[in-house]
Design a protein around this ligand. Structure first.
Ligand code: ATP
Length: 291
């Protein structure tokens, strides 16, 4: 089986600055580092590190060959990533000495993925494969509808949250994963709670250091709570992406949902003990070594 991930690929540029620039101000950065980012790329790397076959569906600009190379090195199948005539998605992250940041995000190529490219990629998917999406690319509704017709299991991480985006894919979803803030936003906008009314089989609400809640049609929507693994967190960036990638990889290997969640909680706990995103997502051996 395989995971097809229609997802964003970003370059994260971290600029160290003495203070965050004000309007009209020019300041010199003292350091620059570039990392692979974007929720889509993070989830592909997490699922690949969890030993799944992951085919990433996405786009970069002509400046993005290094990002595709990095994904390949991490074990992701990158053959369906298009090169388009727009800059690769990127985040310009200025960080001051107090740890404050200001971010400019340019979605770029992520919003120029063509319907044709998504359709072509999905012709290679097989019934029972998983199609994963987040809200950082174009073509989400088309992919969800096509994948659903083909008998794929459709999973959606509703981040960054948008009522319109989640509304467009909801009728096709099997698995919805969102954090408690996104769940509250969805409820506020639509009145929906994890229940049969949502039309999905499974909803996972992640709760940060408090673990997560699983709502499943087969369990009559009675919530099941899974605790987080206690660790000293230093950087929670990418915890949710790691969790989602691991859950889906485990399901793809035939694990039950509760076992998949327990494995993913260990991976996410390890992740929050590290600084960084895609480059530091733990591999399966490290996660299993946690016991
Ligand atoms: P992010 O946007 O920071 O990537 P998120 O908001 O999507 O994350 P969270 O609910 O913060 O997702 O975290 C996802 C999972 O990661 C949790 O369900 C939990 O298992 C694990 N996790 C998050 N924070 C911690 C923590 N401080 N200690 C242990 N595990 C954690």
């Amino acid at each position: 089986m395989a995971i097809w991930n229609l997802g964003s690929i970003n370059a994260d540029y971290f600029y160290r600055v003495p203070h965050l620039p004000g309007p009209g101000e020019t300041i010199a950065a003292t350091d620059l580092t570039r990392g692979l980012g974007g929720k889509g790329a993070n989830m592909s790397v997490a699922a690949a590190r969890a030993a799944a076959h992951v085919a990433h569906i996405g786009a970069v600009g002509s400046d993005g060959a290094w990002a595709v190379e990095r994904l390949t090195e991490y074990g992701v199948d990158t053959r369906r990533i298009q090169t388009v005539d727009t800059a690769t998605g990127h985040a310009i992250i200025t960080l001051d000495s107090r740890g404050e940041n200001a971010i400019v995000l340019f979605p770029g190529a992520n919003m120029n993925i063509s319907q044709n490219a998504v359709g072509l990629a999905l012709t290679e998917a097989e019934q029972g494969d998983i199609l994963l999406m987040q809200n950082e690319t174009s073509q989400q509704a088309f992919a969800a509808e096509t994948g659903s017709k083909m008998g794929l299991r459709i999973a959606y991480a509703a981040a960054p949250f948008s009522t319109e985006s989640v509304g467009a894919v909801l009728p096709f979803l099997d698995i919805l994963i969102l954090n408690k803030i996104e769940m509250a936003q969805l409820h506020l906008a639509t009145g929906l709670m994890p229940s049969a009314d949502m039309g999905v089989d499974t909803v996972i609400v992640t709760l940060g250091a408090d673990g997560c809640a699983l709502y499943d049609r087969s369990a009559g929507w009675v919530p099941q709570h899974f605790p987080a693994v206690p660790v000293t967190a230093v950087d929670t960036t990418g915890a949710g992406d790691t969790f989602t990638g691991y859950v889906l990889a485990a399901l793809d290997r035939g694990m039950t949902m509760p076992d998949a969640i327990r494995l993913a909680a260990k991976a996410a706990a390890l992740m929050v003990t590290r600084y960084g995103t895609a480059d530091v997502i733990p591999d399966l051996k490290e996660v299993l070594d946690l016991g």
